[in-house]
Design a protein around this ligand. Structure first.
Ligand code: ADP
Length: 401
């Protein structure tokens, strides 16, 4: 069964075509700058790469480009649209309603629309992708896989904020968590690597990319996660502050004469590694600057590592122990220096790195980087959210069929 996985952003469509159940990747690519003067499609299939430039007005037209690339007589992989058996969509917010992936029906679409109020930047492009796919491939089943779903198992005391309860009831203000597909993928893979069922494992998963979040996973279920009502809470990220005292927001608004939206923009776009270092939001550049003696870059790395370390301590307490600490995403998979900084001094929890193995495990390599005999395994697991979306889509379509 050929499954097309779509991840639609405000001006982009990321896609992969999988052969399921094998999980083989037949083709993939990225269409960027939708709605701008010149859009760019980078398509790859069977070891070949193609770049096409042109004007793509919206997601509907964008999806046509994607399907044309998949059908192309030279670099295409399928003979006709009928060879796309199902489409799996990444959808950011599933509210409290969706704790798993679902077949897209008109009711599901209405719910995704309703959750725009909770994810005003992300759900609208996800919705555009779904609508475009339903139009272009009307007879093909479509599945929604939500970023929030994996954290739907958090207990009430972990997801409620201590603010007047009616704000939860009236506005659904609570912690939701994101990156759920990635946390779920590495949880499943970590259990395979450890050779134990996930039902009996206590894991802390660290997704450290441009966006960063951690999850405490007990028996295969997320019991806490560092992102909250929005992806702004928790860890230090490329441009996001993560946790701050909420009183900083009105203080800044008064001090700088900014509106609430402007302060939110500062915390989302001008903070994190970028804000602290003044160098970049990119970990590689911040590491380079720190090595060259830049003090602000150095302190940005220290704050980043310290925040992760604090959450590890908190989650060991939440889980009542720990079997494995799992690193994933751009920084987690590649920055052995950051992994070293995070794990330093955590022997008290049974966490100890094998420095040689740690240094060798970079570039989308999977591995156990813990010291021989240390009680907690430290794993690097390259994430693959698209593959998990394809698997969910395959399972749901097979059950429906
Ligand atoms: P996204 O969240 O957008 O998917 P990624 O998971 O690709 O992002 O992570 C991007 C981050 O990973 C950037 O901060 C980048 O600097 C970092 N990164 C990628 N490769 C390396 C590396 N070799 N060393 C350090 N950091 C890296």
């Amino acid at each position: 069964m050929n499954i097309l996985v779509l991840n639609c952003g405000s001006s982009s469509i990321k896609y992969k075509l999988f052969d399921m159940p094998d999980g083989g990747e037949l083709a993939g690519g990225l269409l960027e700058r939708i709605g701008e003067e010149t859009s760019l499609l980078s398509h790859r299939a069977g070891g070949r790469k193609v770049r096409v430039e042109g004007k793509v007005a919206d997601h509907r037209e964008g999806l046509k480009w994607v399907v044309e690339a998949l059908l192309h007589p030279e670099h295409g992989t399928i003979g006709g649209p009928s060879e796309i058996d199902a489409v799996g969509h990444r959808v950011v917010h599933g509210g409290e309603r969706f704790t798993g992936s679902v077949l897209i029906t008109p009711e599901v679409l209405d719910a995704v629309r309703e959750f725009i109020s909770l994810a005003p930047l992300h759900n609208p492009p996800n919705l555009m992708g779904i609508e475009a796919a339903r139009e272009l491939l009307p007879d093909v089943p479509q599945v929604a896989v939500f970023d929030t779903a994996f954290h739907g198992t958090m207990p009430r005391y972990a997801y409620l904020y201590a603010i007047p309860y009616e704000y939860y009831e009236n506005y659904h203000i609570r912690r939701y968590g994101f990156h759920g597909t990635s946390h779920r993928y590495v949880t499943l893979r970590a259990a395979q690597i450890l050779g134990r069922p996930s039902e009996e494992l206590k894991l802390i998963t660290c997704h450290l990319g441009n966006g960063c979040s951690m999850a405490a996973v007990k028996g295969g279920r997320s019991v806490d996660t560092s992102m909250g009502f929005t992806p702004l809470e928790g860890l230090v990220m490329g441009t996001r502050s993560g946790d701050v005292d909420p009183a900083v927001i009105p203080f800044l608004a008064r001090a700088e004469g900014m509106s609430a939206d402007e302060v939110e923009e500062v915390l989302n776009k001008r903070s994190g590694l970028l804000g602290l270092s003044g160098v970049s939001n990119d970990m590689r550049e911040v590491e380079r600057a720190s090595e060259a003696g830049d003090e602000r870059a150095k302190v940005a790395l220290e704050v980043f590592a310290y925040r992760v370390k604090k959450y590890i301590g908190a989650y060991v307490a939440v889980l009542g122990g720990l079997d494995a600490l799992v690193f994933t995403a751009g920084i987690g998979e590649n920055s052995y220096r950051m992994r070293e900084m995070i794990c330093e001094g955590l022997e008290v929890f049974g966490i100890a790195l094998d420095h040689e193995r740690n240094r060798r495990t970079v570039g989308r390599k999977e591995g156990d980087i813990s010291r021989e005999g240390s009680p907690v395994r430290v794993l690097v697991v390259p994430t693959d959210e698209e593959l998990l979306i394809a698997k969910d889509t395959f399972e749901i379509v097979r059950q429906e069929g």
